[in-house]
Design a binder for this molecule. Structure first.
Ligand SMILES: [Fe+2]
Ligand SMILES: [Fe+2]
Length: 483
């Protein structure tokens, strides 16, 4: 293991970027630290702050063994600055500088654009912790509570990752931006988070699992494109964040899967074949499949909005400058400049959806969103396998890209779930079947009761197939009673 893969603990902030010999940045981060701890302490209810949680902490950036597991009280978690190892001779992978050596400093001409992208990414990280702050109070098990907290501390670390870049490379402006990341807050009237989906509430655990499946996956795609950046410190930061992100989406996929599994199991035991026999199914204390589909529709469409306009000159500029690449840029077989290439985007003409080819450079967002949709479809297929195995006739689906959009060509149009433009009355009537209603929310809320016995699970969710760190089924992932 090379020196750079080891994390040093000789300062308040664990890191592998040599902070102890970078006095200026160390001082700036130490100044920012108390505000961060305040933010954390005000967010998470006290009883959980005092409880040891079985968490993984990064001790290296070696992909084969970067984490160790142990009980940690969350305010004592060692949030650190961790960059993936530098790749010798790395080149800028795309845009007009393709093939030139990657930058170790920010080029002056791209400073503003780069700072903005880092701030937008940084803003999402604490936002999700804010959105999830009440969930531990209704955790369906200690296993799930532990996963929630693992994700929360890691999103906190992702904030640190972006704040480090701001302090290290962007001087006084960077410091101001870092302070603002703690000033804005999810759902706030005066200072909301920057992106829509990050101001929505996460009121229950089904929402949480859908969020980590769909919205963390948007995070993955954004990180993948920033991992291609010609600005090497940004690329290295994002590459390490991606190793943590994988677990967040695992929690989402298996969480939804376990809810589906439990519903199917309860239906079979009660002899109910019809997934739309909602009243009887709900009497079993499980979440009916059509309601799960409605939650899916909501979270998927909110997440599509995060990719921005289909055709975007900002995205073209970022790609052309080599600040942001495409998903798997280095594995794509083309000139990586896109001077003459085209890409198919959706548009709207006289109420009809049309697809047309536009210069690929301007369609960078659309391409990333298409890659996202393909990636997101994988888990939906696996959820359907669970339903099929139970012998129930129901299929989960990703809704049409035009449905329920607030951003892009389909914004604020009345498309149904299959992408058909419908009149206002039809739309209003359909909505209750497409998106969660108030009553659906209330029903789900009625199930949200804490289950804090080790090895036990709430009525509406199956036990996981695999444990964390090979622990036995009755392992006490959070020691609520040892405070
Ligand atoms: Fe994150
Ligand atoms: Fe995440």
């Amino acid at each position: 293991m090379s020196a750079i893969e080891n994390v040093s603990y000789d300062t308040l902030i664990p890191n592998n970027v040599g902070l102890s010999s970078d006095r200026r940045v160390l001082k700036a981060l130490e100044k920012w630290h108390p505000g961060y701890i305040n933010w954390w302490n005000e967010l998470i209810p006290q009883k959980f702050q005092r409880s040891p949680v079985y968490l993984r902490t990064a001790v290296s950036v070696d992909p084969k063994g970067w984490a160790k597991f142990d009980y940690v009280k969350m305010p004592e978690y060692r949030w650190g600055v961790l960059l993936a190892p530098q790749v010798e001779g790395r080149k800028i992978p795309c845009g007009e500088h393709a093939g030139e050596p990657a930058w170790q400093e920010v080029p002056g001409e791209y400073r503003a654009l780069m700072r903005r992208l880092i701030v937008i990414q940084g803003d999402t990280e604490p936002a999700s912790v804010e959105q999830q702050k009440h969930l531990a109070l209704t955790a369906p098990s200690l296993y799930d509570m532990r996963n929630l907290f693992q994700i929360n501390v890691e999103e906190g670390r992702h904030l640190w990752a972006m704040v480090y870049l701001l302090h290290k490379y962007f001087g006084a402006d960077g410091r101001d931006e870092a302070d603002d990341l703690l000033r804005r807050s999810s759902g706030s009237e005066e200072a909301p988070r920057m992106l829509g989906a990050f101001n929505e509430a996460t009121p229950d655990w089904l929402s949480f699992f859908m969020f980590t499946y769909f919205t963390d996956r948007d995070g993955k795609m954004q990180l993948e494109s920033l991992a291609q950046s010609g600005f090497d410190p940004l690329s290295r930061t994002c590459r390490f964040m991606l190793t943590e992100e994988a677990h967040h989406m695992f929690v989402g996929e298996t969480g939804v899967g376990r809810i589906i599994e439990r519903t199917c199991e309860a239906m079979k035991a009660a002899g109910i074949d019809d997934p739309y026999d909602i009243e009887r199914i709900r009497k079993l204390g499980v979440i009916d499949l059509p309601t799960i589909q409605k939650k899916l529709n909501l979270h998927y469409t909110l997440s599509l909005d995060l990719f921005g306009q289909e055709v975007s000159t900002n995205a073209a500029n970022a790609f052309n400058a080599g600040i942001k690449g495409r998903y798997m840029e280095t594995r794509i077989d083309d000139d990586h400049k896109l001077n003459h290439a085209t890409y198919r985007v959706a548009g709207l003409e006289n109420g009809h959806i049309v697809y047309r080819d536009v210069p690929a450079l301007t369609a960078i967002n659309m391409r990333l969103r298409d890659d996202y949709s393909k990636d997101a479809a994988g888990g939906v297929g696996r959820w359907n396998k669970i339903i099929e195995k139970a012998g129930i006739k129901f299929e989960m689906k990703l809704p049409h890209e035009a449905f329920n959009r607030k951003i892009g060509v389909f914004a604020n149009q009345q498309f149904d779930i299959d992408g058909k433009l419908v009149d206002g009355a039809t739309y209003d009537r359909g909505l209750k079947d497409w998106l969660p209603t108030h009553a659906d929310g209330e029903y789900i809320q009625s199930l949200m009761k804490p289950n804090y016995e080790a090895g036990q699970y709430a009525s509406w969710i199956a036990a996981p197939k695999v444990s964390i760190d090979n622990k036995p089924g009755d392992f006490e992932y959070v020691k609520l009673h040892m405070t």
